[in-house]
Design a protein around this ligand. Sequence first.
Ligand code: UD1
Length: 346
Amino acid sequence: MSTTILLTGGAGYIGSHTFIALREAGFEPVILDNFANSHPVVLERLERISGRPVLLERGDVLDTAWVADVLRRHRPAGVVHFAGDKAVGESVAKPLKYFHNNIGGAVSLLRAMTTVFEDGSAPALPTLVFSSSATVYGDPASVPILESFPLSHTSPYGHSKLVIEEMLASLRRASPAWRVGVLRYFNPAGAHPSGLMGEDPADIPNNLMPFVTQVAVGQRPHVNVFGNDYATPDGTGVRDYIHVQDLAAGHVAALQALLSKGESFTVNLGTGRGVSVLEVIRAVERACGKTIPHVFAPRRAGDVAQCYADASLAKRLLGWEAKCSLDEMCADAWRWQSGNPNGYRG
Ligand code: UD1
């Protein structure tokens, strides 16, 4: 069987870490990326870490004919679909961008996969791992969150993830040959332990961890803690931060399960542990040995008090569980941020 795996958006934050994890597990990943929200310098880093050249297909997942051509040339055993836009605030301001790139991108990829399967030029049954998000649970009625909880959306970004999950379910009903693993990520954080790869937000970070490490490195004066009056132990928002290395291992486990057992699934990828904003700040302080100034600010619109996973289904179905601690996550995030204060831009 082919060991080739196509990674759409493979040059991005989670895609690049998954690339390394796949190589370490004996797969041959191929990156498909248009670098809309990633930087080509990551390719050199991937080559340094893995010691081998990287296979790249540069282009847009929206170009169905080209994606079909890529699939015919590489004949992957499976595809991991990371490519997409992910900024919640931007999605509220520019919903059509999210519907076009995220929903349109998924439709384009699925049509290309269907074409090569139906014309016999694919080596395997259509096999897809999709990057979904805990955002599909909306404002959960309780925590920890099980996969069976009701689904909703609070932003066009979340809406796009939900529509894609529903499209995949319809496709499987219509064509049982499809093998689909939907991974609902909680809060990815941390970086590669080498310090060579990490999260590289193009603008002011929306997410907590890169914001805190940018304050630690002196690029921003203080962290705004959005709300200290939530019904949580210290009043600040509680989330399930998962090391990007654990997340990468989750993709390897998902592909291995799809390829060996052939059964589709939808699972949470989280640690099952809720951590507050103040706990994150204190953990980054331990990692960098500095005090991180913070001020309390009003709640951010659309935020929920608590969001953390029940991660038992992924353990049962995939034999996967998160291993890294919050301190490891912060140490790796700090190593990346302090060694690359401007990310991949030098
Ligand atoms: C956000 C998105 C979510 C997306 C996820 C992963 C929103 C409303 N939700 O989730 O859809 O799937 O990122 O990319 O944007 N915080 C601060 N100060 C900051 C930044 C964050 O106090 O400068 C707090 C937030 O209020 C929250 C926690 O830190 O309590 C985590 O925030 P963030 O990293 O943005 O993730 P989510 O809000 O969980």
